[in-house]
Design a protein around this ligand. Structure first.
Ligand SMILES: CCCCCCCCCCCC(=O)SCCNC(=O)CCNC(=O)[C@H](O)C(C)(C)COP(=O)(O)OP(=O)(O)OC[C@H]1O[C@@H](n2cnc3c(N)ncnc32)[C@H](O)[C@@H]1OP(=O)(O)O
Length: 258
């Protein structure tokens, strides 16, 4: 929607210009008015282009550094971010930092199940807490050529399970999300069909860990993925997982299949 002030505000400037007796001032004001009109048209064009964007406003990338990040998180981020600058074969970059938004598409139908209100309020599970650092703070770096990715994850205080440690379900959420992101990056839309997790050592609340995920093999529509959660120096193994992702067509995700 274009604000009324944008459409009509310049008209006021025009009528004001003609009420002025001084010719050179009128000329000057007319030029200004023409400039204002041109800039309004530019704004209108930008607004109409933005209305094609499936989000209300330009989405915020939640995976950029913020004040809640511990030095360990920033250090790991800088390490992998620097890898993104290195060019491999055919001048292609091996590593890529993935942006991360808090919602998928504004108008996914979800078939007959979701009302318009629920659709408009839908937010990605891992990005629905507004306070920076309170829950899932993470960034994913993808290496498509090597079919693997690394996620730097800082577990916030709202993710407590056993006293002082991260809830197993929160760890599973991150594992599923990171493995699913890798499988989806390699193949297009996927759904988790099977997820197996072995918890080897608890993750202290507030600590920073790495999730190393790799594509093991592909059989038709089936993508077998592995994941290891370790300390940032990789000396400690926290969790191991394997999963099967099945590639689905868009109709499966958007509800038209059901
Ligand atoms: C950090 C970034 C944040 C970004 C976060 C963004 C990423 C988020 C990723 C999170 C992903 C999720 O949590 S997804 C949400 C949780 N998952 C779900 O709700 C999925 C529910 N299940 C389904 O919708 C369905 O069962 C599917 C899609 C999995 C499969 O159905 P289908 O498409 O009809 O396919 P179907 O013929 O049944 O199966 C295809 C092949 O897979 C095999 N198969 C199917 N299920 C299984 C199974 N459980 N275990 C073994 N094998 C199986 C079949 O035997 C067959 O093998 P063969 O005969 O061909 O050999």
């Amino acid at each position: 929607m274009i604000p009324r002030s944008l459409l009509f505000g310049r008209g006021l400037a025009l009528s004001h210009a003609f009420s002025n007796q001084n010719a050179s001032t009128v000329h000057q004001q007319l030029s200004m008015t023409a400039w204002n009109l041109r800039s309004s048209l530019r704004n209108i064009r930008t607004l109409s282009l933005m209305s094609l964007w499936p989000f209300n406003v330009k989405p915020r990338d939640f995976s950029l550094p913020n004040a809640s990040w511990r030095p360990e998180m920033s250090k790991a981020y800088e390490y992998y971010n620097a890898l993104c600058e290195i060019e491999g074969d055919e001048k292609r970059r091996l590593w890529r930092k993935l942006p991360s938004y808090n919602r998928v598409l504004k108008y996914t139908t979800g078939g007959v199940y979701l009302s318009k209100i629920i659709q408009s309020k839908a937010r990605l599970f891992t990005r629905n807490i507004k306070e920076p650092g309170a829950a899932f703070e993470y960034v994913v770096f993808m290496n498509k050529q090597e079919k693997r990715c690394v996620c730097v994850f800082q577990a916030g205080h709202l993710l407590e399970g056993p006293p002082g440690h991260v809830h197993g379900g929160a760890v599973a959420t991150m594992i599923d999300s990171v493995m699913g992101t890798l499988a989806g990056y390699m193949s297009g839309p996927v759904m988790t069909a099977n997820l197996n997790i072995n918890y080897r050592s608890p993750i202290p609340l507030g600590s920073v860990v790495l999730l190393h995920s790799a594509l093991d093999r592909v059989e038709g529509r089936k993508f077998f993925v592995t994941c290891r959660v370790t300390s940032t120096d990789e000396s400690k193994l926290h969790t191991e997982a394997t999963a099967l992702f099945v590639s689905v067509n868009v109709g499966h995700l958007f509800g038209t299949r059901f």
